[in-house]
Design a protein. Structure first.
Length: 277
């Protein structure tokens, strides 16, 4: 069949319109369409008293300029409605200005959970002002784990929750974070960047690592995956992995960074249920 100029232009126009429609969807719809991801994490040697313990995970808020508080509040309301046992925040609370944390921290503090809320810092928090972010979160009742760990008691068993600074921008110290780990309590490690998983798995003490940072790439192409991923977020970019004996989960985040687009990669609130293997 002969390809006429009219047919060529018609085909080109269709492709352009489809592209524009995709960009419109990626800007106006998907970044604001929350996905609730639920997974059961099987951990060997999990004490029976911890069977069914539920952890809700939120990450990468990037409040302002592209992500606004009403969108984050929807994620907060969803997280609170799950009635979690434990809530964890995995960093990058702010983006263009550190002052945004004074609006975000009180909102995050509204989530109720059985054992409280804990968080770590991301690279953007360090770049904009780690102390200001830490103080605001602490003032809102969120325990910030900077090379620090804490035991959570449940039915006579213990879960050890540890957190370290951003690998990219902070001063992470895993040994200090685990210094108070004195028993056989399973360790859940909070660290912003998922690719630290290769190091964490070598340590041998960590049962589960929870991370964010990658945003899942924000734009994912079928069969190809993410078009671009950040340093320390290229290997384990979204979802559940097994790294040697350690489980690792990467949350896609709530906000966006650099460009206000998400395509095939919606913002995520995660509910993880712990179970013995």
């Amino acid at each position: 069949m002969k390809l006429t100029r009219r047919k060529f232009l018609k085909g080109g126009s269709t492709a352009i319109l489809a592209g524009l429609a995709g960009l419109g969807y990626g800007n106006a719809i998907e970044p604001h369409t929350l996905s609730l991801e639920r997974h059961t994490i099987k951990l060997p040697r999990l004490p029976s008293a911890l069977e069914g313990l539920r952890i809700v995970v939120l990450s990468d808020f990037h409040l302002q300029p592209f992500t606004q508080l009403p969108h984050i509040q929807k994620a907060i309301h969803l997280a609170d409605s799950l009635r979690p046992d434990l809530v964890v925040f995995l960093g990058d609370y702010v983006d263009s200005t550190v002052d945004a944390i004074h609006d975000l921290a009180p909102a995050l503090g509204q989530i109720n959970s059985r054992f409280g809320s804990f968080g770590v810092l991301g690279n953007h928090d360090h770049w904009k002002g780690a102390r200001i972010v830490t103080d605001a979160l602490t003032h809102s009742g969120i325990s910030v784990l900077r090379s620090k760990g804490t035991s959570i008691s449940c039915g006579g068993a213990k879960l050890f929750l540890a957190g370290i600074d951003s690998i990219w921008a902070g001063r992470p110290d895993l040994n200090t974070a685990l210094a108070d780990h004195r028993s056989n309590a399973p360790v859940v490690l909070l660290v912003h960047e998922p690719d630290y998983g290769d190091i964490a798995a070598e340590d041998g003490r960590i049962a589960l690592q929870l991370s964010g940072h990658s945003h899942g790439g924000q734009i994912r192409v079928p069969f190809l995956g993410a078009l671009q991923l950040p340093s320390w977020g290229k290997r384990y970019d979204q979802g559940l992995y097994r790294v040697k004996e350690m489980a690792l989960y990467t949350n896609r985040g709530i906000g966006v960074v650099d460009i206000p687009l998400r395509i095939n990669c919606p913002p995520e609130v995660t509910e993880l249920t712990l179970s013995g293997a």
